[in-house]
Design a protein around this ligand. Sequence first.
Ligand code: AMP
Length: 215
Amino acid sequence: MNIILLGPPGAGKGTQARMLETKYGMTQIATGDMLRASIKRGEPLGLEAKKLMDAGKLVPDELMIRMIDECISKGNCAKGFILDGFPRTVPQAEALDAMLARHKLKLDHVILMEVDEAALVERLAGRFSCRKCGASYHESYHRPADEGVCDSCGATDFVHRPDDRPEAVQKRFEVYRQQTAPILPYYRRKGILETINGMGEMDAVARQIETIIAV
Ligand code: AMP
């Protein structure tokens, strides 16, 4: 089964995608994570993207489309994929359709996680992750069980994303409204867009997604 999770920054797409990956064996394709990995490896692509990312702006479509094409072409999504962070523009959505047609794949569900923007600013400002394994935490809602030690790998070094600073968050919301929200009618017309309430507890949100994908 192939799914897209849509929603503004901080809606919880990554958290839900990871839960689906663990439970159903589908592959999470998270473009933001791929870009951050490229920055960490010091690749020219990552360094080119970093300036735009830190300012809360989008990376050019051609680059993102190529990245997804390479990923889908590798064919390691036997149990399906969950796209998290792609598509973010109408040209990306159109290019995705063309890619899927070429690989004889289809989209089963596009799920929009609806959230309250003001609450998201707080959610984003408080989030941090383990520098070593990437496990995510939040200062108010989800601290490591053992303070200062990652629950997943035991490392003690944590990082805040530069684009979670309030100025960058405002810019990312603006970009979402202007460039990403226009893809909603695109999927609505295809009859595969479903909306859930993304503001509840992680498990309550997951249950709504499971109800949709069970159909
Ligand atoms: P995310 O981790 O999904 O919030 O993405 C972090 C940043 O990576 C975004 O603010 C963009 O700068 C960049 N990015 C991720 N995915 C895309 C995409 N599909 N198109 C353009 N830029 C992207």
